[in-house]
Every structure is written in C-alpha cells, then in structure tokens.
Design a binder for this molecule. Structure first.
Ligand code: PLP
Length: 467
C-alpha cells in the first residue's frame, strides 16, 4: 500500500536534515510538503495552494511545469544521461550552452567553467583568483573583499564571503582570507539627506581605505551581487559600481559579479551587470540558468583571466580542479531549453513589465505604512523593509521576529514571501510568468498579513509607535 501524505510527512520529520531550518522545531511540527506546481502556483500534500512570490529560492524564473524543459531533460536522459568533461572528453550540450552564455554575457567574457551550485561556483572563483595571481607571480594577492549582507553561499569559502552572521555562527567562520566592507544600503548607511553621489563616494573611499590598510599586494578580488538578494534586496545608489571599479582597477584587484540571482532576467536584462553598469572580470551564475529544474552553475571567465590561467597550464600541467558533474549534459540540455523559453516567450520583457507593476503595487500598498521603512527593488525583485519607527529609521528588536511573523501570516493566506535574515525585510521575487492579477493577489494578501501582525504587536504593546 502506498504511504499516505501523513506517513511521508512523518518520514520527513524523522529522517531529513533540512537546510536553513530550526531543527528541533521541524522535528516537532514539520512544514508544508509541496507536491506539485504549475505557473506560479504550488500545491501541498493537504491540497492547499500557494502563490509563489519567491520563485522557490529566487530561481524558478520561467515558472513551474514547463513541458519544454521537462521534455529536453527526458530526451537527454534517454540519449546520454551523463558523461564527464575531464581530460579533454566532451559532450555536446555544454558546448552549445557555453557559447550561448558567452554570447549573452558582458563584453570581454571568454569561457564558462560549469559546476552544480552557486556556492561551489563561488568556491571555484576564489581558486581561480588564487591560481591567476600565483601564475602572475603575485602569490600574496589572496584576500577577497566581500560586503556586509552579501550572500555568496555556504561552502567553506563561499560562507566566509557571505556577510551574514547566521552563516558564520557555530561554524568558526569566516576563514581569514576574507574581509567585509559596507553594504550600499541607503536606509542604514546614509547620513540623513545624503545624496547618492556622496553615499557612493563614501562607500568607495571606505573600500579603498580597506585595500590600503590590508596592503594592495595582498588583495586579490572583490565580490559583489549586482543587487544584494538574501541580504535585503539592496539596490546600490547610482554610480556605485563604476566608482568601485575605479578603485579596484587602481589596485589591480579583480571584480567578481555574483549573478546567481540577477543573471538570466531577474532585473529585466540578461545580466545584472548590464542593468548596473558593472564591468566584471569573473561572473558567477546558477539558479536562473536552468530555472532550477536541475542543478547547474558556472563561472564565466574573462579573456584576460583565461589567458593567464591557460598559459600557466603550460607550466603546471592539466588544470587541477573540476567536479564529477562539471558540464553535466543533462543540466546543459535543461539550460538550453530554459533559455529558449526565456527567448520565445519574451520573458526578459515580462520581468521588466510585471516587475514595474509589482514595485508600483508594493509602493502603493506599503509605502505609507507606519511600520515600513523602505520599499525598493528593480526588475522582478523587490523588498519591503519593516522598521519600528521611520524617522529616524529604527529597527525592531530582533527577538520580535516581525518579518518572519508576517511571512508566516502570508503563508496562512496562501502566499509565499520570504523574511530575509539580516533585518526585518520581506522579499518578493516571483516567476517572470506571473500575471498582473497574481501580482495584485500577492501584494494584497501580504498587506493583510502585515496588518494582522501590526495588530498583534499593538496588543502585545511591543511597538514604540504601532499603527
Ligand atoms: N550567490 C548568490 C547571490 C545567491 O543568492 C546564492 C543562493 O541564494 C548563492 C550564491 C549560493 O547558491 P547555492 O544555494 O546554489 O549554493
């Protein structure tokens, strides 16, 4: 007899070690078990439905249930499920995919090294920076500067790059080759009334001071997401990346653009680099490359970095890095089908248009709310940051868990949003195929959730200035 939904839920609580989960609480009470999806709607094992306002983890960009991708995976599994790329062996779909990625990438990009997750791709980036600098006779250029609130993954190197305390606590991280500079977060980093130009100048000056204090001969790279995702959907002030690039170029420091969320349309452009005027040396991709139908990531490497690494290979022998699943033919087939869907259905335009609608609806619904400090975003990604008081901006005591409570109240109303870990911020990052009606539903139900939590806080007398 097939196990019932309740039996399977019990197995989950008993045997699955969940990522980013309150472990004991999950053992006690579990959570929704998602069993199917179509468009932007998910269904759980109890038959409840949810509008997925987060595209999974910012990744199911073309929506659930696309037959084009499922069929491409099926065909590839029957033809050739797997062969590797070590020792000059090749398969066809990664070759087709790499050319397509390089063609779409910012100028100067030359090669793609494939991996399986954003985290392992950022680990690879660190190794590429080290290999490149050793090859150039600058072996001490090993430090990587990242930013507070940056999210770059959870492996040893990428968790260290991540600028969120929760990923370090309990693990003895970050490792000592990482430094963190300020996030370009206007709400908390700008003086009252500060112009964009002054904020940019102050952030660039701080970065340069850090490089000089560490010694430029010890700093190899700077890593940044175009828009910081998990750290708060932080849109940098105008002119930020050109100013940062100038500092990096002056001190011979590489720029890694972590496009794991922004790449493949999230900002309404193929890459976030286009939208934010970034000139990278290395680019990290994952998530949207396959819309998460199967795991795939990559490091896009510029011609300049490639030339140095390939020349060093003449002395060092074969490049000593790679995964069993690097350049996996089935993942590449899924990615090719996903890129076809994005192109054929004009989903970059959809992300730009629906995204603008979403941001306008959020600003309209939340902008004047006394518990909202800022509504921000770009393309099809946005955030509502909640504060105890607006002027001056005052955070809630973390113990109140305000954003998680709102996300929970939204879930109970059939909408998935995400409470981000570093402050009380709700994120919105739906699939690009969301309709105007679905966007309105998401915004409306989250507003109801916020009102319900605000009432609760007022009853608990937890707020200095509750509405
Ligand atoms: N980089 C960024 C910008 C991300 O948002 C993430 C995941 O959310 C990662 C890297 C890590 O990717 P993964 O979870 O696939 O290891």
């Amino acid at each position: 007899m097939a196990p019932s939904a309740a039996d399977i839920a019990a197995l989950d609580r008993a045997y699955v070690f969940h990522p980013f989960t309150a472990l004991k609480e999950h053992e006690r009470s579990g959570g929704p078990m998602i069993v199917r999806g179509s468009g932007i709607t998910l269904e759980d094992s109890e038959g409840r439905t949810y509008l997925d306002g987060m595209a999974g983890l910012w990744c199911v960009n073309v929506g659930y249930g696309r037959p084009e991708i499922a069929e491409a995976i099926h065909r590839q599994a029957l033809t050739l499920p797997y062969y590797h790329g070590f020792s000059s062996m090749s398969t066809d779909t990664p070759a087709l995919l790499a050319e397509r990625i390089v063609r779409a990438a910012p100028k100067g990009m030359a090669k793609v090294f494939f991996g399986n997750s954003g985290s392992d791709a950022n680990d690879t980036q660190v190794k590429l920076v080290w290999y490149y600098n050793i090859a150039r006779g600058k072996p001490n250029k090993r430090k990587i500067i990242s930013r507070a609130r940056g999210y770059h993954g959870v492996t040893l190197a990428s968790a260290s790059l991540t600028g969120l305390e929760g990923l370090h606590k309990g693990f003895g991280l970050p490792l000592d080759f990482v430094r963190h500079t300020r996030a370009p977060h206007r709400l908390w980093e700008a003086e009252p009334g500060m112009s964009d130009a002054d904020l940019v100048a102050s952030l660039a000056a701080d970065l340069e001071a850090m490089i000089l204090a560490e010694g430029p001969e010890t700093v190899g790279a700077f890593i940044a997401e175009p828009i910081q995702g998990a750290g708060g959907v932080i849109v940098p002030p105008k002119g930020y990346f050109p100013a940062i690039r100038e500092v990096l170029t002056r001190h011979d420091v590489l720029l890694i653009a972590d496009e794991v969320i922004c790449g493949f349309g999230r900002l309404g452009t193929m890459f976030g680099c286009e939208a934010l005027d970034i000139e990278p040396d290395l680019i990290t991709i994952a998530k949207g490359i396959t819309s998460a139908y199967v795991p795939l990531s990559g490091c896009i490497v510029s011609q300049r970095v490639w030339d140095t690494i390939a020349d060093a290979g003449e002395r060092n022998g074969p490049f000593g890095h790679g995964y069993t699943y690097s350049a996996h033919p089935l993942a590449a087939a899924a990615a090719l089908a996903n890129l076809d869907v994005i192109e054929n259905d004009r989903l970059l335009e959809a992300a730009a248009t629906r995204g603008a609608e979403m941001r306008a609806a959020l600003a309209d619904s939340f902008g004047g709310h006394p518990l909202v400090g800022e509504v921000r975003g770009m393309g099809m990604v946005a955030a509502v940051e909640l504060v105890a008081a607006r002027t001056p901006a005052t955070p809630f005591p973390p113990a109140l868990k305000v954003a998680p409570r709102v996300a929970k109240a939204a879930l109970a109303r059939g909408v998935i949003t995400r409470a981000l870990p570093s402050s009380d911020t709700l994120a919105f990052s739906p699939p690009f195929v969301a309709t105007s009606g679905e966007i309105a539903e998401i915004v409306g139900r989250v507003r109801e959730a916020l009102d319900a939590v605000a009432d609760e806080l007022a009853r608990e007398r937890a707020l200095p200035r509750a509405s």
